[in-house]
Design a protein around this ligand. Structure first.
Ligand code: ZN
Length: 429
């Protein structure tokens, strides 16, 4: 074959397989390292504009130093006002950027949903998934940057702090090498700031942190680069936004992205045998896909973890994915592409979604005032929550029956859906 014939064949193939997607990715591996919180925010808006049938953008609030915190929801017909855009689908929660210095993951979570959107229109983009099938029955929720103030401080220094009094507080009280910062601009480690409740299985009542002996195991008493839990549980606006969103949908599983040396944490599972088993199943699947390792685990645990909040409130697993080696911060640019490809980071959420569909819903379903709230893997736990909120447990197999509950006169289906799933004024005050 001559060079010209080869050229012609490639040209014809190119025309035949041309896709409606764009040539340039919005989230480019070689640009990620330099991007600010505002850059990621603007790109996220563009991503939602580029794929209006697949991606919905919602602002959730502003951080302490007034940077937007937002969610992207990915599913087929996501912006349609038909309630089936949300109900009859399974929901999975992905979050990143809780710890300031772990700067790689906000980029990663955005890049992976861009890959998913591309594959939806051009099926040869990803070879491990049928994205049309996945997105017809699943909603993927992504909060890419939970601690945007800390993210910018680690990348650009304390001069990035916009508010003068916050800046002088940070420089005086938090101190130290700001590239090691895990906390937010107030010096509060958000992964020690979550509201924490445990179930006393003898009395079947919930108790707060007071009952936990090792509250200060890895928690400092003053603002610092890391491990300070804040003046009280849920004191930080960033934590409040996450807590609120985590209870707003009937999520099957939560994935939280951190960067502490290529391991997968399963979070505390002392709660019940059934939730422990479920959590371990997801953890093992994550290890199988990524080849990240299982870390050394101790019984000691601090207070105020995100995983604890999710476990206690929803009785569903939260799996923590620790990407990249813990050496330099902010995460060096050399990892952006290699880590993504080598450890199959875009395959992991798909594997979790497939597993969630395979498992299906649990039999113990909580209703309050005739409205479905969520299902539980553990009956004792379901009963305890039901008692707490004045609800009841209905036991039946298969997906939840919530048709009765949806009001037909609501124009904003999203808010209606969320108010149904939220356990009002229980843990969130
Ligand atoms: Zn972390």
């Amino acid at each position: 074959m001559t060079k010209f014939q080869t050229f012609l064949i490639l040209l014809i193939l190119g025309i035949l397989f041309a896709s409606p997607t764009y040539a340039d990715d919005l989230f480019q591996f070689d640009e990620g390292f330099d991007q600010s919180a505002l850059d990621l925010y603007e790109r996220s808006l563009q991503l939602a504009e580029r794929y209006p049938n697949l991606i919905a953008f919602e602002p959730l609030g502003m951080s302490t130093d007034q940077r937007p915190i937002y969610v992207l929801r990915v599913s087929e017909n996501i912006n349609s006002h038909n309630r089936y855009a949300y109900t009859d689908k399974m929901h999975i929660m992905i979050s990143a950027g809780l710890h300031a210095r772990e700067t790689y993951n906000p980029f990663v979570t955005l890049r992976l949903i861009e890959d998913y959107a591309k594959d939806y229109y051009a099926e040869d983009t990803l070879n491990f998934v049928n994205m049309k099938d996945i997105l017809s029955k699943t909603v993927i929720h992504v909060i890419p940057l939970s601690n945007p103030d800390g993210f910018d401080i680690v990348k650009f220094g304390p001069d990035a702090i916009k508010d003068k009094s916050l800046k002088s507080f940070f420089e005086k009280e938090v101190r130290g090498d700001y590239t090691r910062l895990k906390a937010n601009v107030n010096g509060v480690d958000l992964n020690r700031n979550f509201e924490n409740y445990t179930l006393n299985r003898d009395t079947m009542t919930f108790k707060t942190d007071e009952g936990i002996k090792d509250r200060y195991a890895i928690v400092r008493k003053n603002p610092a680069l890391d491990f300070y839990g804040g003046p009280y549980p849920g004191s930080e606006i960033e934590t409040q936004i996450l807590q609120d969103y985590y209870l707003s949908y009937d999520f099957r599983v939560y994935l939280s992205y951190h960067s502490m040396g290529r391991v997968i944490y399963r979070g505390s599972t002392h709660y019940s045998q059934s939730i422990a088993k479920l959590t371990l199943d997801y953890r093992d699947l994550a290890c199988e896909i990524t080849h990240y390792k299982i870390p050394f685990e101790t019984n000691q645990s601090a207070w105020g973890y995100e995983s604890g909040f999710v476990l206690y409130n929803t009785n569903k697993p939260l799996i923590t994915i620790e990407t990249t080696p813990t050496v330099e911060f902010p995460t060096p640019s050399k990892y952006y592409k290699s880590e993504y490809n080598r450890f199959k980071l875009n395959e992991l959420p798909i594997a979790f979604i497939e597993k969630a569909h395979q498992i299906g819903y649990f039999d113990y379903k909580l209703y309050k005032d005739g409205v479905y709230v969520r299902d539980f893997v553990d009956l004792d736990y379901a009963k305890a929550i039901a008692t707490q909120i004045g609800g009841e447990i209905l036991i039946y197999e298969g997906p939840p029956r919530y048709d009765q509950a949806l009001r037909s006169d609501v124009s904003n289906i999203i808010n209606s859906y969320r108010s149904i799933f939220k356990i009002n004024s229980f843990f969130i005050k």
